[in-house]
Design a binder for this molecule. Structure first.
Ligand code: CP
Ligand code: NVA
Length: 330
């Protein structure tokens, strides 16, 4: 039997397929319990700290609602206002918070920071996104695919866009573990680190998965069940990269024409937030500077029937709750 009590959730590389399936099943059960008003609280008397060095809507709210639903207390520590990173090291912060809290979520820049927090706090630490990985997002994505397609094994999945970011990395490892037919479709200069690809291919062998990295949209998305994309510039990257990224990634925009190359029942996914119109501050800037009305996905696809992005966003909460319950619940 799977027992995750006391474990941290730092990256999918640390979790076996069986453990990932356990978390997905628990997510489904917790979602059903919430819908039917039969949820049982397993985190009463516990307190969790949520550290965010970068902004967040979904991840923060998912941790807060998940913890509150389960009866736990929550402290939010935003990008400013705590001593961590300016006056105090991660290692010291870990030992301080570990003495007060039962669990710690961390979103920030380096994967090393979240690993250090886990090593020195003595309590479960959950990765809410680093430059390298975004593992809780993958759980929500896999739950969403299961809900729409019934299973994960053999699912043809194309991740289109920036192949070097945290989403590409985590999806690739997650897909290799779950036996999926996974493709990264991106320009060659944005292919993921070769070492991680080799690692994913090794994992894939054990699980009947397939990992392909290609710069050809036609080859990559032909007949797939899922087209997934993410922003072209991630949080923490410098302003200067915008122009180069836009030029590189324009042919990789998810639009109607690309969706038509996928299976006719294909779904569109995105971790969000997404630049699909000019109604945000960034969207407006991009329009003014580069004349683009949308970046990684057109508004047409984003708002289409094939798009499951808001079901996916809701699933962040059910899956993050499952991670907390599994590692900290009684
Ligand atoms: N998908 C995701 O992590 O969203 P937030 O940045 O809003 O948390
Ligand atoms: N790659 C994006 C994901 C946001 C959820 C970023 O890191 O900004």
């Amino acid at each position: 039997p799977v027992n995750l009590r006391g474990r941290s959730f730092l990256k999918l590389l640390d979790y076996s397929p069986k453990e990932i399936n356990y978390l997905l099943d628990l997510s489904r059960d917790l979602k059903r319990a919430k819908y039917t008003g039969t949820e049982r609280q397993t985190m009463k008397g516990k307190n969790v700290a949520l550290i965010f060095e970068k902004s967040s809507t979904r991840t923060r709210c998912a941790f807060e609602v998940g913890a509150m639903d389960q009866g736990a207390g929550v402290t939010y520590l935003g990008p400013t206002g705590s001593q961590m990173g300016t006056k105090e090291t991660v290692k010291d912060t870990a030992r301080v918070l570990g003495g007060m809290y039962d669990g710690i979520e961390y979103r920030g820049f380096s994967q090393e920071a979240v690993e250090t927090l886990s090593e020195f706090s003595g309590v479960p630490v959950w990765n809410g996104l680093t430059d390298e990985f975004h593992p809780t997002q993958i759980l929500a994505d896999w739950l969403t695919i299961k809900e729409h397609k019934g299973h994960l094994k053999g699912i043809k999945f194309a991740y289109v866009g920036d192949g070097r970011n945290n989403m590409a990395n985590s999806l690739m490892i997650g897909a290799a573990k779950m036996g999926m037919d996974f493709r990264i479709v991106s320009p060659k200069s944005l292919f993921p680190e070769q070492e991680l690809v080799d690692n994913a291919k090794e994992i894939a062998k054990e699980n009947d998965a397939k990992i392909t990295v290609t710069d050809s949209v036609d080859d990559g998305v032909a007949g797939v069940d899922v087209i997934y994309t993410d922003v072209w510039v991630s949080m923490g990257e410098p302003e200067e990269v915008w122009e180069e990224r836009i030029n590189l990634l324009k042919p990789y925009q998810v639009n109607k024409e690309m969706m038509n190359k996928a299976d006719s029942e294909a779904i569109f996914m995105h971790c969000l937030p997404s630049f699909h119109d000019t109604k945000t501050k960034v969207g407006k800037d991009i329009y003014e500077k580069f004349g683009l009305e949308a970046m990684e996905v057109t508004d047409e696809v984003f708002e289409s029937k094939q798009s499951v992005v808001f079901a996916e966003a809701e699933n962040r909460m059910h899956t993050i709750k499952a991670v907390m319950v599994a590692t900290l619940g009684d």
